[in-house]
Design a protein around this ligand. Structure first.
Ligand code: UT7
Length: 326
């Protein structure tokens, strides 16, 4: 029996930082509103030459270097994103080429903000079955290119970035102890690009109607998120036989500090047990959990041997959780 040990991590962020104050110069909003409602102070956004593929590659290279894994040794590349360079081809193949991983398989997982946790569960299972030994899992988004920068309901919330983990086969018991995956497609319209897919291809009319940008029903997603975090957490505990006391840190999807605070208080979790960095990055969708995970490791808040709960939710609507033994 093999276990999926996380042996390396790395993050990659666009150089340009966009503050709330700067957004307030071109949209009817304010630093005070954004901070009070979301906790966000700033976010990173791509500039010319920075893409989903380049950020993903940089974060994967860092995770591989950290683990001491070369491109030749990679078996599989899993890239979680909803903002790839192109709809076709899969961005994971561009990443595979940029990494020079000639013998690795590669695929893209499209599950909105939930994607990285799903990718990690996939990697863990591939390793447990004995199929692969060395898998890099990336969460990456370039959402700034999908936003309507005239719509204050969405443009203040999101940011770009990437982070990756290296998952390797190990004989010692570790990796994903329990996991949860869920979907409620009846709420699919809550987070949607109305036009640009195959149901409503982009036309002059849909562009003029600003239907080619990300739309979100914030209140509906807020309600869903505050319920799904505690539900997922208790399912992770039930499936693993662990209790909240066994967990060193909960790393939830960084969509909104108020969602995290509300859900944490519902579970009776103290602030020091819940990681929050949304103030610096905004909601980076599939990149949010791995960026937070990398920062928690960098800060020494978690280390080998600890139990960490990762919980994400987003478009679909979907959710996923993984209880990871580091
Ligand atoms: O990762 C995907 C998951 N996404 C999420 O988790 C997002 C979940 N939702 C949220 O985080 C929150 O619902 C928001 C931050 C999007 C909105 O916060 P809210 O407290 O739910 O505000 P609201 O939607 O109830 O809007 C309150 C008011 C509205 O004005 P009226 O209708 O009361 O006059 C909005 O028009 O705030 C207005 N508003 C803004 N005002 C200034 C909305 N966006 C802004 C803005 N600046 N950027």
């Amino acid at each position: 029996m093999k276990y999926g040990k996380i042996t390396g991590y790395g993050k990659a962020l666009p150089k340009r930082i966009l503050t709330n104050e700067e957004i307030a110069t071109f949209v009817d909003t304010s630093d005070q509103w954004i901070q009070e409602r979301t906790g966000i102070k700033q976010r990173h956004v791509v500039s010319e030459g920075e893409h989903c593929s380049t950020l993903a590659t940089e974060s994967a290279q860092k995770a591989m270097a950290h683990a001491g894994v070369t491109a030749d040794e990679l078996d599989l590349i899993i890239v979680a994103t909803s903002s790839p360079d192109f709809l076709v081809p899969p961005v994971s193949s561009m990443v595979q080429d940029m990494l020079g991983a000639k013998t690795a398989g590669a695929f893209t997982t499209v599950v909105g903000c939930t994607g990285f946790v799903v990718g990690l569960i996939q990697a863990d299972n591939f390793i447990r079955t004995g199929a692969y030994k060395n898998i890099v899992v990336v969460g990456v988004e370039v959402i700034s290119r999908q936003l309507d920068w005239e719509d204050r309901n969405t443009c203040v919330l999101f940011g770009d970035g990437a982070a990756a983990v290296m998952v390797q086969a190990s004989d010692e018991p570790c990796g994903v102890l329990s996991h949860v995956m869920g979907s409620d497609g009846s709420l699919y319209q809550s987070i949607i690009h109305p036009s640009g897919g195959t149901a409503v291809p982009a036309t002059h009319e849909t562009i003029d109607a600003r239907q080619v940008y990300l739309k979100m029903n914030g209140r509906e997603v807020f309600k869903f998120a505050t319920g799904v975090i505690p539900k997922t957490m208790s399912e992770l505990m039930e499936k693993s036989g662990k209790t909240f006391d066994d967990i060193k840190l909960l790393i939830p999807h960084q969509a909104n500090a108020r969602i995290i605070e509300y859900a944490s208080s519902q579970m009776g979790l103290s602030n020091e047990k819940v990681f929050v960095n949304v103030q610096n990055y905004g909601n980076t969708s599939a990149a949010s959990v791995p960026i937070a995970f990398a920062e928690a490791l960098e800060a020494g808040l978690i280390e080998e041997g600890d139990l960490v709960a990762l919980i994400a939710f987003g478009a679909g609507l979907t959710w996923a959780g993984a209880l990871v033994h580091l």
